[in-house]
Write a protein that binds this ligand. Structure first.
Ligand code: GYE
Length: 305
């Protein structure tokens, strides 16, 4: 097969598809909820889902996509772990005539383009998520905070954009300062370890901004181990909306979390169907995010994952 460099592979209209889903890792509730949503929707529609878990390795994820290509799947849903290393996988699928839909994370926009190299990116506005976290923190701290930032996976689009959105917002507030910033790889235990080290170096920190809830929960454990009261001595804010985060809000250990909804199944397969029909797909299918704080955490925790 193969297509010209300009052409995006098409998708035939069929009753049942064989679809790949290349997941990046499964070490947190967000990922598990996303995988469940994809599997449930595929099962509901009667499609066959070829599922792989890259276990936190971009190199394995590239190999996973190549294996899906070899198996001749009709389309690949890809949650690219990092912005640059997954470009070869996107291009290999395109060369093989298999359309790719990016889920939840994006790839480097100078190296690949929606509508040319892949169909679309379905996901949240991460810059806006970071901005909303900054807004909430600035308000709660009356514009004065010494902030430790726990960044997500280095080179991933949510880490890059959540940092940008947050830092751009606080630039206009001279009392809001990031005193230390390091990656906790979006993982709870890594977040705890990094928070522990950074709290030792910056015992005067008054706030922690984590790029996801798992790292925020890890940071809360680090604060408690250091004899500090999360929510009082140090204000914690993050992104996702997991059950543990909503519980931490209810327990007054966390200020707020900006939603990033992992339940992609319905939107992913609806986009596939629209594409197969020949519809022009917008380059970014935007997920809209709610906001969780003391005012709604108690009502919404029942639906959390
Ligand atoms: O916030 C995090 C996960 O890519 C948007 O990755 C996703 C992020 C999500 O590991 O919890």
């Amino acid at each position: 097969g193969g297509v010209s460099a300009q052409e995006l592979p098409k998708l035939k209209q069929k009753e049942k598809y064989k679809v790949g889903f290349a997941q990046t890792e499964s070490n947190n509730p967000w990922r598990i909820a996303q995988t469940e949503s994809m599997k449930a929707e595929a099962a509901k529609l009667g499609h066959q889902l070829v599922y792989t878990d890259a276990a936190g390795s971009a190199a394995k994820q590239v190999a996973d996509v190549n294996s899906m290509i070899a198996q001749g799947v009709d389309l690949i849903f890809l949650a690219p772990r990092e912005e640059k290393p997954l470009i070869p996988a996107v291009m290999a699928a395109k060369r093989a005539g298999i359309p790719v839909i990016l889920l939840d994370r994006n790839v480097d926009q100078s190296l690949a383009k929606a509508g040319r190299d892949y169909v679309t990116f379905i996901g949240s506005d991460f810059v806006d998520e970071g901005k909303r976290a900054a807004e909430a923190l600035t308000k709660a701290m009356n514009g004065n905070a010494k902030i430790i930032q726990l960044e997500g996976t280095t080179g991933s689009s949510p880490a890059n954009d959540r940092r940008k959105g947050f830092e751009d917002y606080i630039k206009a507030h001279s009392g809001m300062k990031v005193v230390a910033s390091q990656s906790g790889d979006f993982a709870r235990d890594k977040g705890r370890q990094v928070a522990e080290t950074l709290l030792q170096a910056h015992p005067d920190a008054t706030a922690i901004y984590a790029h996801n809830d798992e790292m925020a929960i890890g940071a809360i454990a680090a604060l408690e181990a250091a004899g500090k009261k999360p929510g009082k001595d140090v204000i914690v804010v993050s992104i996702d909306g997991t059950r543990d985060a909503l519980q931490a809000i209810i327990d007054s250990k966390m200020l707020a979390t900006v939603e990033c909804n992992p339940k992609f199944g319905p939107k992913a397969f609806e986009t596939l169907a629209r594409y197969a029909k020949g519809e022009q797909i917008e380059p970014w299918v935007v997920n809209t995010d709610r906001f969780f704080d003391k005012s709604n955490a108690t009502q919404l925790i029942a639906d959390a994952y």
